[in-house]
Write a protein that binds this ligand. Structure first.
Ligand code: ADP
Length: 398
């Protein structure tokens, strides 16, 4: 069985045809620069194939990109797609697990648009288009927020007037749930223990970054909040700030709230601190060459990450394993090393040789033997979406 996994964003649409049992990808495509005259689709027919194809998209909308993809997939006879799984960013309090898509689920996702005004409309555009193009296929929504719906009230409430929560859904939701859940299961497997039995902090470090405390296989706290802006330092997002900064900038710098919000999302984080780039590879190379801004950005990134990891051990009551994942978590020897240098008091002492090899020598482990360990576990959100889709569809046939 193959699942078509779709991740429709505001300017990019990624899709893959995946066998959920083996993780084998038979087709992968990405439509980029949607909404512009330069929109185009590139695709390849297997992960190992060097052959990449590209076409410009005359219709640069999500429905336009989906129509081209659908036409290409009918040519790929071996695709044998049994269902479609959609990544959906915000499920609010409506969704605490993945859901088989019907009109009620579409309404639930629409109701969450105020919480994710850029992402949910794009996700919905992908869903409505594939429901029209593939009416015979069951479709499933997999939410970034759903895994965190198990957080207790002490973790998800802000200390703000209660009616903001009651009337305006102002609370912490958390994101990257598909990735945190996937690597938690994989980490437990590597430790040879049931996921219900391990206390984990998972650190998903990509362009967006978040960490999560997982006990009994459930998220009990996480660093992202009502929006993906809260928490760790990220590529272009600030993470935690003093909200008093808003009034200060509006009063004294002549910037309005919209502009401050834009800068906190797009001009901050590693990019803002370094004045150079949001990309950790560029920053590492620049720091090695003596770039002060790059050095400072990496130092603050690791310091804030270590503080957040330590804080997340409080709800866990200890720690069995810290898991690094995402582009930075899986590949940056320096970020892992500097972060671990703050965490020896938790029993995490870097093994330099194991870290140098990204944990590949010891089932992901990069620390010296101890009661707690740090692991590198590659994430695969597409595979997680494919698995959820297959399992929901097999449990509830149309
Ligand atoms: P996204 O959140 O867009 O999926 P990724 O998970 O691909 O992002 O992570 C992107 C980040 O990973 C970038 O900061 C990139 O520099 C970093 N990264 C990727 N490869 C390496 C590497 N070899 N060393 C250090 N950082 C890396």
């Amino acid at each position: 069985m193959n699942i078509l996994v779709l991740n429709a964003g505001s300017s990019t649409l990624k899709c893959a045809v995946i066998d959920p049992a083996t993780g084998f990808v038979t087709w992968r495509g990405v439509a980029e620069r949607l909404g512009t005259a330069e929109a185009g689709l590139t695709w390849s027919c297997s992960p190992n194939s060097a052959e990449h194809h590209a076409v410009p998209l005359d219709d640069a909308s999500i429905p336009g990109a989906c129509a081209v993809i659908a036409a290409l997939l009918t040519d790929v006879a071996y695709a044998q797609i049994a269902a479609i799984g959609h990544r959906v960013v915000h499920g609010g309090c409506h969704f605490f697990a993945s859901a088989r898509i019907d009109d009620a689920v579409v309404s639930g996702i629409s109701a969450c648009i105020p919480l994710a005004p850029l992402h949910n409309p794009a996700n919905l555009a992908g869903i409505s288009t594939t429901r029209r193009l593939f009416p015979h296929l069951p479709q499933v929504a997999v939410f970034d927020t759903a895994f965190h719906q198990t957080m207790p009230e002490v973790a998800f409430r802000y200390a703000v007037p209660s009616h903001w929560y009651d009337r305006h859904n102002v609370r912490r939701y958390g994101f990257h749930g598909t990735s945190h859940r996937f690597v938690a299961q994989e980490a437990a497997r590597r430790l040879g223990r049931p996921v219900d039995d391990v206390r984990l902090v998972t650190a998903h470090l990509g362009n967006g970054c978040s960490a999560c405390a997982i006990r009994g296989g459930r998220s009990i706290d996480t660093t992202m909040g009502m929006t993906p802006l809260e928490g760790l330092v990220m590529g272009t997002r600030s993470g935690d700030i003093d909200p008093g900064m808003f009034a200060h900038l509006i009063r004294h710098a002549g910037i309005d709230a919209e502009a401050v919000t834009h800068s906190l999302n797009h001009d901050s984080g590693l990019l803002g601190l370094s004045g150079l780039s949001n990309d950790m590879r560029t920053l590492s190379a620049a720091a090695d060459a003596g770039h002060e801004g790059a050095r400072l950005a990496i130092a603050i990134f690791c310091y804030r990450l270590a503080k957040a990891i330590a804080a997340l051990t409080v709800p866990l009551g200890g720690l069995d394993a810290l898991v690094f994942t995402g582009g930075i978590g899986e590949h940056s020897i320096e970020v892992r090393s500097r972060t671990l240098s703050y965490l020896a008091f938790l029993g995490l002492v870097e093994d330099k040789r194991l870290n140098l090899h990204h944990g590949r020598l010891a089932e992901g482990r990069i620390t010296a033997p101890s009661a707690a360990c740090a692991l590198v576990v590659p994430t695969d959100e597409e595979l997680a979406i494919a698995r959820d889709t297959a399992s929901l569809v097999s449990r509830s046939p149309a």
